[in-house]
Design a protein around this ligand. Structure first.
Ligand code: X2X
Length: 358
């Protein structure tokens, strides 16, 4: 009887071992989705993260970035769906591409909401670190994916073949490429422009063919690496909105990692946040971004992105707080309307967080 009992115990133990061995069997490759190309700031941040995880896990976790929205066949706004389904393991996602499904993520796209603060980067950080940031993380996790950490594509500036654009009236009739996210249509229609929803994967061909007069994207992260001066002569630096990026994972994939490996992934995301934000802010802050990139030995070849645009023949209009205020006033109806959709409590929490930004 006793022997039988110990045999049964052994069998149970063996089963247990098998079960834990099965959960510890990691995939040979984890797919990390990235919408733009490898040379964008966003792409470089994804590579930084994947390299960090590979190094710190001794190759146990092999994350491979897939650039150019290829995991979604170009349809950037279907990324969330594919992460939820497990067709994508990880994404370094933009709020803009997930906001059609998660309405709270339109917060940072409220026009001139963040730019109308004394220090727009401090305001952004205050949201992420504050109560409103927690609310955003919860909104993301409510869809069943794991939120891992923030990063940044950057404040979005307008580049056009016609210009310069110095006041709201200059926007009249401008045909502009935007991504297929509803708030963009509202912002540009309200300003009297003619927005066209085109996926990024097709946008560059569109610029080449001159089917639009312009587009909006961050200077450092996208406009410089895509050499936007080939098509557009004016950069309107109005900082009208920002798309924070965030690292996220399929929940089942995340739950299968050991607690030690989860900790490593979180640490790498925290390091990637600092790196990604420094790439995004380089040349636009008081020098902290450059100092940080030097410190980690990753100073990029171009350290003055606006100067790079000018060197390539573009006219850069650097907005003063007064110019921003005019656009802020001109877009009030969009903020009011979208505050209702996003949730007045979240918008209020963000206002409080920004007010407390030191
Ligand atoms: O489509 C865009 O403009 C891009 C690349 O910035 C995003 O995916 C939000």
């Amino acid at each position: 009887m006793n022997r039988l009992f110990s045999r049964a115990l052994l069998a149970i133990a063996a089963l247990g071992l098998c079960a834990s061995a099965a959960t510890a069997a990691y995939k040979t490759e984890y797919k990390l989705s990235v919408v733009p190309g490898a040379t964008s700031g966003w792409g470089q941040t994804a590579t930084f993260f994947a390299d960090c995880v590979r190094e710190k896990t001794g190759g146990r976790i092999n994350i491979k970035p897939y650039f150019g929205a290829q995991l979604m066949a170009g349809k950037q706004t279907s990324e969330l769906l594919l992460v939820r389904r497990g067709a994508i393991d990880f994404a370094l996602a933009s709020t803009i591409n997930w906001s059609p499904q998660i309405k709270e993520l339109n917060l940072t796209a409220l026009p001139f909401f963040i730019a109308n603060n004394p220090d727009r980067y401090k305001a952004m950080d205050a949201i992420e670190k504050g109560k409103s940031g927690k609310m955003l993380e919860q909104a993301i996790e409510k869809t069943g994916v794991k939120f891992i950490g923030w990063s940044e594509n950057g404040f979005r500036e307008l580049t056009t073949s016609k210009g310069p654009i110095e006041k709201p009236e200059d926007m009249k009739g401008m045909k502009l490429r935007v991504c297929g996210t509803p708030i963009f249509i509202d912002i540009f229609s309200t300003l009297g422009a003619n927005p066209q929803a085109i996926n990024w994967s097709e946008a560059v061909t569109g610029f080449q063919q001159g089917i639009v007069d312009g587009q909006e994207n961050p200077t450092n992260g996208i406009n410089v690496p895509t050499k936007v001066w080939q098509w557009h002569k004016y950069s309107t630096d109005w900082h009208y909105m920002i798309d924070p990026l965030f690292f996220t994972a399929n929940k089942k994939v995340w739950d299968e990692f050991s607690p030690e490996d989860q900790k490593i992934i979180l640490e790498c995301a925290a390091a990637a946040e600092l790196y990604g934000k420094a790439l995004s802010r380089l040349g636009n802050d008081q020098g902290q971004a450059l100092e940080y990139l030097k410190k980690i030995g990753k100073t990029p070849a171009i350290t003055d992105p606006q100067g790079e645009l000018e060197k390539n023949g573009m006219t850069v209009t650097r907005y003063t707080p007064e110019m921003i205020k005019k656009f802020y006033d001109a877009t009030k109806s969009v903020r009011d309307d979208w505050t209702k959709k996003i949730g007045p409590d979240l918008v209020k929490a963000a206002e409080e967080d920004m007010k407390n930004a030191k």
